[in-house]
Design a protein around this ligand. Structure first.
Ligand code: NAD
Length: 482
């Protein structure tokens, strides 16, 4: 773990194995953090806060640029380690680490440009202004699917705004986080960044309930988000929650079928479908449905499964057997209810080990099936035909989640209706799942609270304070006695 500027095994004699999902080998062990370890990390972060908050923004910016610079110097090492513990192919991890480096540079600059506001005075002689202040110690709890990117979307703005952080990485993928702080955060004052490894129910809850941690930023499942919100409620903590999704894609009849096939395969299968914004429901116009399904099944059946470290791998393993079982159970229930699997859905026989699952294309699905209602988080593309655009929008919105939504069309009238009527935090037209760190990312409905990235992602890590200053300081005629 990394507490108060030092790598430490912590207080526990127990450890947690980290497994490579492509080989099922144990590649390392990390400490099973204890409540005392978490207490030590929060105390270190709390002590460091006063200094970090008062550090001039230009010095903080230089320190954050240096994090990016050090990450770049260890880029290859970070990419390989991430591939070993998370499983997705090297090109996808190249992108994850590249994005993370860029995000640090982006928030280094945005942080030093942070502005408050001067407003017209409420009374003559008053000076009214609004400050943006850091919260204090921010608890950053991260998932396994993009362990570095989603960590940096939290810590880069949190640190740029003057907060200190305690990180609780997923116990499934803690290694790249530990490596990152060891090699790239060692120049920051001790206590500004801390990492405690372990179980959510053990160290995670201590962090969430800790009275010296006024804000929790979590990316994770809806169930854990709901639980954390209930734990944080008694102290009215600030919550930033990036939760699950069940994103739709609508394919209009005017769009080129071969382009839509490739775009959809990417949107639904990148990271083996284990993306919060994976396309998990596809609505295709009835006039092209038959041809589209056939071409998609053909394209998907040719994608190459393999170890993420091997050149030529398109799709890596799923992260764990239990997540694969969730996908298999949704698929088998759908088949019992009448769905047809055109390709995939089976464990490939070519691999003796690893949590692989062939990507599936499924038709004859409907919204009564769990496959079309619950988060699948695996390599499945379920297709439904729609008759007109009203129906497509109704189906897209028929979901408790509202993270992202995609449309493939060249028809501007459909585009306008889609971005106006579909309830989702991100709308992608013709280029699904692209990121842009200058714009806010996050979900509507049950997909979460708050936004990451952009100016909004920096503002989340600040509190507003309105200062009313009567400069003359004289007695007022509205004071007692009336
Ligand atoms: P998870 O909810 O199981 O775990 C997320 C983190 O919460 C882990 O670090 C875990 O240890 C911790 N945790 C669990 N119980 C806790 C508790 N009681 N107290 C404190 N911490 C606790 O999620 P996961 O399986 O790691 O990640 C997959 C989920 O994350 C999916 O639902 C996916 O949609 C979601 N996700 C959302 C986004 C987004 O931006 N909206 C991005 C990526 C992933």
């Amino acid at each position: 773990m990394f507490i108060d500027g030092k790598m430490t095994p912590g207080k526990s004699a127990e450890s947690i194995p980290v497994i490579n999902p492509a080989t099922e080998e144990v590649i390392a062990e990390v400490p099973r953090g204890t409540p005392e370890d978490m207490q030590a990390a929060v105390s270190a972060a709390d002590c460091a806060f006063d200094l970090w908050k008062r550090t001039p923004a230009s010095e903080r910016a230089a320190a954050l640029h240096k994090v990016a610079e050090k990450m770049r110097a260890h880029h290859v090492e970070l990419v390989r380690l991430l591939t070993q513990e998370e499983g997705k192919p090297l090109p996808e991890n190249e992108e994850e680490i590249w994005w993370s480096e860029e995000t640090f540079d982006y928030y280094a600059e945005l942080g030093r440009n942070s502005r408050g506001l001067v407003i017209p005075p409420g009374n003559p002689g008053q000076f009214n202004f609004v400050l943006r202040e850091p919260h204090g110690v921010v608890g950053c709890i991260t998932p396994w699917n993009y362990p570095i990117l989603l960590l940096i979307w939290k810590i880069a703005p949190a640190l740029a705004a003057g907060n200190t952080v305690v990180i609780k990485p997923s116990r499934i993928t803690p290694l790249t986080t530990l490596k990152l702080v060891e090699i790239a955060c060692d120049h920051l004052p001790a206590g500004v960044v801390n990492v405690v490894t372990g179980y959510g129910s053990e160290v995670g809850e201590v962090l969430v309930k800790h009275p010296r941690v006024p804000m929790i930023a979590l990316t994770g499942s809806l169930a854990v988000g709901q639980h954390i919100a209930s734990l944080a409620a008694p102290r009215m903590k600030r919550l930033h929650l990036e939760l699950g999704g069940k994103d739709p894609m609508v394919i209009a009849p005017d769009f080129e079928i071969d382009t839509a096939v490739k775009g959809l395969a990417y949107a639904g299968l990148i990271n083996t479908g284990q993306v919060c914004t994976s396309t998990e429901r596809v609505y295709v116009h009835e006039s092209i449905f038959a041809q589209f399904s056939e071409e998609l099944a053909d394209f998907v059946s040719k994608l190459r499964l393999g170890n993420g470290l091997d050149e030529g791998t398109d799709i890596g393993p799923m992260i764990r057997h239990r997540f694969r079982e969730v996908v298999e159970s949704q698929l088998s229930e759908a088949v019992t209810a009448g769905a047809q699997i055109l390709t995939g859905g089976k464990r490939p026989t070519a691999f003796e080990r690893g949590f692989f699952l062939e990507p599936a294309v499924v038709t004859s699905v409907n919204h009564s099936m769990r496959l079309m209602r619950e988060e699948t988080f695996g390599p499945v593309l379920p297709l439904m035909p729609y008759h007109d655009f009203d129906e497509a929008i109704r189906l897209a919105n028929d979901c408790d989640y509202g993270l992202g939504a995609s449309l493939m069309t060249h028809d501007a009238r459909l585009v306008k209706r889609f971005f106006e009527e579909v309830q989702a935090g991100s709308i992608w037209i013709n280029d699904p799942l692209t990121d842009n760190f200058a714009g806010p990312f996050g979900g509507m409905k049950m997909s979460g609270i708050g936004r990451e990235l952009g100016q909004e992602g920096l503002d989340e890590f600040t509190e507003l304070k309105h200062v009313h200053w009567d400069i003359d300081g004289g007695t007022k005629d509205y004071w007692y006695p009336y």
